[in-house]
Design a protein around this ligand. Sequence first.
Ligand code: GLU
Length: 473
Amino acid sequence: MKTKTRFAPSPTGHLHIGGARTAIFNWLFSRKNKGDFFLRIENTDRERSSEEMVQSIVDGLKWLGLNWDNDIYYQSEHINEYVSACYELVKRGHAYFCYCSEEELEMKRKEAEQKRIPYKYDRKCLYLSEEEKLKYEREGRGRTIRFKVPDGETVFFDVVHGEIRFKNSEIDDFIILRSDNTPVYNMAVVVDDHNMEITHVIRGDDHISNTPKQILIYQAFGWDIPVFAHVPLILGPDRKRLSKRHGATAVLEYRDKGFLPEAMFNYLCFLGWSPGDNREIMSIEELIDAFDITKIQKKSAIFDQAKLEWMNSEYIRRKENVELLKLVKPFVEKHGYKFEDDTYLLKVITLMKDRVKVLEDFVTFGKYFFEDPVDYDREGIEKYWKDKTSEILSEFVSRIEKIEDYTAPVIERELRSFADEKNIKAGDLIHPIRLAITGMRISPGLFEVMEVLGKETTIRRIKNALDRISVKN
Ligand code: GLU
């Protein structure tokens, strides 16, 4: 039988870390087994769903490189199927009409609460006589359809959690069709998973409690039950459910900060799964090959931002410079920076690529490649700008002016011989020059930075610093 999985987001929010991880697991599993992976948009809740969120989810999946088979499946286009399935269950005696009003049910709920017993629908409408039903129908009472939960136990084997048992006596006769004729989630999901011939349902742990209800519906129809794998939650470092409090949760926010999709994909795979050896950086092909749902961990995964950043920096380092150029350019432009040509940006990339965690860092840590510094690191001034610094630097500027072959080795040679002549340490020049031309205490190798910036810019910046830093002191 061909493996068929699906990712079934409700378009009520952006694609978040947890959803993306679920999508990836389904995708990997299908690709590994040469099966299909479908995208199903669960938009039966018209109020809370939006076209904008569908687009955002699609963008997130595409950015991660997750392609799906067939067209996107929209639940909103299949409402009639769910409704008729509900009626079919009534016909087969697995469901019944319930005429109880909201107020009536609320009262019973409150009563149970007062008595401190768990509320369960008392099946009043299951036992209505034909006359009573007719009377209610004539009165035009609203009605829902409830599933008649049979006696016994519902047991299923979850790939991640093992055997899971629910006593049916603890399951309420749940509503499958609301009084406004809209089907509930559990009904729609089962009808779809059956019609789409889904073989494996890989989804979040939070759906475990829905699973017995879904299984009861499968059984009522006599349909095959798919394999279930419920993936544990993702927690923040404080072991609370990952949320906005922990930082960005939407996948596209990571794109916008300059995470590479390959790094994000790789990292998300490791949230609750691992290949069982010590590999960490793995290509998509390797991940497909190694993926095994039986190795999904039972315990919750902790989202570790630092680890993701480390992985991203690894992916940046391993990328060809010309590839990085295409990726970094939009960030430079977003910040409104102009640069002469691609060659310039390539040089910046070469110098910076081992030092950044995200693409954005090229422009935040490497700001000075695009504009003259406006202020200078305070600690740097205190530490490196000594009494004689201004005097020595002004003299060194005239030496720089004379350099014809303005390249790192030549600049370095000049600086060192100048330092020897003056009987000072090379550091007495290097540190203040770095401060003057970058505004910072830390940068890639100074001589390389000077070469990339060019002679004119170097001189202008040193002179600016001489004016401004001496004023400050
Ligand atoms: N639409 C559900 C959700 O977003 C997923 C349902 C499922 O995977 O069965 O949580």
